[in-house]
Design a protein around this ligand. Structure first.
Ligand SMILES: [Zn+2]
Ligand SMILES: [Zn+2]
Length: 538
């Protein structure tokens, strides 16, 4: 096989090798609308996006299909959930209790906790796909519930149920304690609406299922009480267990490629491919597995307080920078430290500069990769101005757009004759970095300019003198390093302890004793303001 610098190209090669170039390739991804779907879940869609783009560039027709697995039953009520705009809300005890009544009921039949959509499913699927759309990524979205109602699952379900002993034999190889009377179908109880009904027999003639609504344990964890109702229902009023439903979806959409996480790789993939081959008589799709990444050095969980959705990330970085993260090697373990998100954004800025030839690549591969992947990002074909992230965070302390633009021009980060779009690029970056600085960044970046002059009580004559010198120094043009170095010299010459001088300067500028590295920081502020303040004039 040809050596590829981009992982998605190797997968595209694999797909083409199996299906040729003339077959339309359906790339599938899925999400169960259980609540706020986090940035680990989005791997499914974004890995698929790059594979699809790669296939497209090789001349293959593609579709990117997403299923909202909204017939899944509500299991657990998350303590925090995002509203329609992606803002988190913590539920009250009373709200949790009220929602608990719906455990065991399919998401499509659970009311929207925010009351703005038709159902729980519609709410969380919309928040989820809004995030995806903000990245410029489009998918064809299907409701699993609708597919069942439309009878799309009828064919694979009949195939599976027409040989229950075979289904049982296959599944018992992967699932311990398969009961003797196992039937791979879960009817929805017509009395209580829960997926608690146990199928007791399948009537092959008219394709109905007799059931009794019994207590059931969901995912081996959540006990759901049954109501005892006995009835007979059709195949469209129930669902296949997940291990069967997944391969049935492959058949329905004729899926040829599906990326999924390590959990599925170890769980339902081994059974899924056998079910597909042996029961549905269909070759399972080409697959790719991604590693989950850590966020703030831990697995994302409400307990760790490190669950982020796409909307959270788009408060602190441009969509293209976020998307870039998912173009990186999916098999490499990664840790996303939100506190140090500047490293990711710097990585993106460099990637972009390598593409445009603005910086020498470290090696041939870096250039090749940028040339291959950058054009796949759904962004305007216009070179944007990128203000270095931490510098932008410092600049944001000023909160005055006019001052900010003046500073950026003075420091050469923005051309003197910048057009409005370039000014907007800069202000966007400053706003994003500023949001990060105030919500997630290290404490020294959580700053804003002190509006009024307040002279620290313990300021010495020598310090006043040094600050005046610093003001003069800033008026002349110097680099960040030069300025940083000179500040130490100015203190030393007067026998001031540098730490004391820094503290005095931070108090004057920020009203707090610490801040970002002083040299770059004074240059990130409006010169007129900073000079006056250091001269203790205003
Ligand atoms: Zn809603
Ligand atoms: Zn019931």
């Amino acid at each position: 096989m040809v050596h590829r610098v981009f992982w998605a190209d190797s997968l595209a090669d694999e797909v083409i090798e199996r299906y040729g170039k003339d077959t339309e390739v359906v790339v599938k991804c899925a999400a169960s609308p259980s609540g706020g779907k986090h940035i680990g879940n989005i791997n499914d869609i974004l890995r698929g996006y790059f594979i699809k783009e790669s296939l497209k560039s090789m001349g293959v027709r593609t579709r990117h299909v997403h299923t909202s697995d909204d017939r899944d039953p509500l299991r657990k009520i998350p303590e925090r959930m995002p509203d329609r705009e992606g803002r988190w809300k913590i539920l009250t005890e009373a709200e949790l209790k009220e929602l608990n009544r719906y455990v065991g009921i399919p998401y499509v039949h659970v009311p929207d906790p925010f009351g703005c959509c038709k159902s729980w499913a519609e709410h969380f699927n919309s928040v989820w796909l809004d995030g995806v759309k903000s990245l410029g990524v489009g998918v064809e979205d299907f409701s699993n519930d609708q597919l069942y109602r439309d009878g799309k699952f009828e064919v694979p379900t009949r195939t599976i149920l027409s040989d229950i002993p075979l289904a049982k034999e296959v599944i018992s190889r992967y699932q311990k304690n398969t009961p003797d009377d196992y039937i791979p179908f879960n009817p929805i109880c017509e009395k209580c609406g829960r997926i608690t009904a146990k199928a007791v027999s399948v009537n092959l003639g008219d394709w109905t299922v007799d059931y009794i609504c019994e207590s059931k344990s969901l995912a081996g964890e959540f006990e759901v009480p049954g109501c005892g109702h006995k009835g007979t229902t059709s195949l469209s009023n129930g669902k296949l267990p997940w291990r069967f439903e997944w391969p049935a979806q492959w058949q329905i959409f004729d899926v040829k490629m599906e990326p999924f996480g390590k959990d599925h790789y170890e769980g339902s993939w081994p059974s899924g491919q056998e079910i597909s081959r042996v029961i549905l008589n269909r070759q399972p799709p080409v697959y790719s597995v991604y590693e989950f990444f850590l966020v703030n050095s831990a697995k994302m969980s409400t307990r760790h307080g490190n669950v982020y959705i796409t909307q959270d990330m788009l408060n602190i970085m441009e969509p293209e920078a976020f998307l870039y993260f998912y173009s990186l090697n999916p098999m490499k373990q990664k840790n996303l430290e939100v506190k140090n998100i500047n490293f990711l954004v710097d990585g993106f800025d460099r990637f972009e500069r390598v593409y445009y030839g603005g910086v020498a690549p470290a090696d041939v591969e870096e250039k090749e990769l940028a040339d291959r992947v950058y054009p796949m990002l759904p962004i305007e074909r216009r070179r944007k101005v990128r203000i270095p992230y931490t510098f932008a965070a410092m600049v944001s302390a000023s909160r005055n757009e006019e001052h900010i633009l003046r500073t950026l021009k003075k420091t050469g980060h923005l051309p003197a004759d910048a057009i409005m779009e370039q000014e907007q690029d800069s202000l966007t970056r400053v706003r994003l970095a500023g949001f990060w600085a105030h919500h997630y960044g290290p404490d020294e970046y959580n700053i804003s300019i002190k509006d009024n002059l307040e002279i620290p009580a313990d300021i010495t004559e020598a310090e006043r003198d040094a600050l005046r010198e610093l003001a003069d120094y800033i008026e002349a043009k110097h680099t960040e390093e030069e300025t940083q170095y000179e500040i130490f010299e100015m203190a030393k010459r007067r026998g001031i302890k540098p730490a004391k001088m820094f503290k005095t300067a931070y108090l004057l500028l920020l009203g707090k004793p610490r801040g970002p590295k002083l040299g770059p920081f004074v240059l990130a502020l409006d010169a007129e303001f900073v000079v006056k303040r250091l001269r203790l004039e205003a």
